[in-house]
Design a protein around this ligand. Structure first.
Ligand SMILES: O=C(CO)[C@@H](O)[C@H](O)[C@H](O)[C@H](O)COP(=O)(O)O
Ligand SMILES: [Zn+2]
Length: 197
């Protein structure tokens, strides 16, 4: 394979990370504050998304329940992407669009946070989950790309929108993962200090 193509992927990814840092530092900081306040109040974080974004949800939940870089007590975060019995039952008996919303209705409490990840902002099951969360007085942290899609439009001022300024799904996902690690670090800093600014 032509290594130029590989170099181009790295180049585009690195450039987008730098560009996104300027645009996303503020909303990522807001997401840390929102999530930490919820956790400190005894609430939890639910996470949903499809494909690579489902993997991101699981990655995020693993770092909260296990640990990120510092030793600490487990924090309550649940990926809604892992229970194949729930997802096949709801998908089969209702609709694939309901696989996350039903779980939000089952597990979500007022004050909990939904991490909703969709690079297009238009996946119907993620939109339904966000709608269910808002109905339950949960807050939503939305990770999107492109123009933010319908997900970006349904958020309230109390929610947080982390919209990656790019059109390519793979590149958007790479920035989403960086944002997830920023949030995990921010939660550790909120717990233990270490923010020198
Ligand atoms: O990881 C990738 C592409 O890089 C895919 O698995 C991708 O996540 C899937 O096509 C998703 O269904 C895309 O959905 P969304 O990000 O638009 O909500
Ligand atoms: Zn991917």
């Amino acid at each position: 394979m032509n290594t130029q193509r590989i170099l181009a992927h790295f180049q585009e990814s690195a450039e987008l990370k730098i560009q996104s840092a300027n645009v996303l530092a503020q909303p990522i900081s807001q997401a840390v504050e929102l999530m930490f306040a919820a956790l400190a109040n005894g609430n939890k974080i639910l996470a949903c998304g499809n494909g690579g974004s489902a993997a991101d949800c699981q990655h995020f939940a693993a770092e909260l329940v296990g640990r990120f870089e510092r030793e600490r007590n487990p924090l309550p975060a649940l990926a809604l992407t892992t229970d194949t019995s729930i997802m096949t039952a709801v998908g089969n008996d209702y609709s694939f669009n309901d696989i996350f919303a039903k779980q939000v209705q089952a597990f979500g409490q007022p004050g909990d946070v939904l991490l909703a990840i969709s690079t297009s902002g238009n996946s119907a099951n993620v939109l339904a989950a966000a709608e269910a969360a808002l109905e339950r007085e949960m807050r939503v942290v939305a990770f999107t790309g492109k123009d933010g899609g319908q997900l970006g439009k349904m958020l309230t001022d109390a929610d947080v929108h982390i919209n990656v300024p790019h059109s390519r799904t793979a590149r958007i996902q790479e920035v989403h993962l960086c944002a997830i690690h920023c949030i995990c670090d921010g939660i550790d800093v909120a717990l233990f200090g270490g923010d020198e600014e």
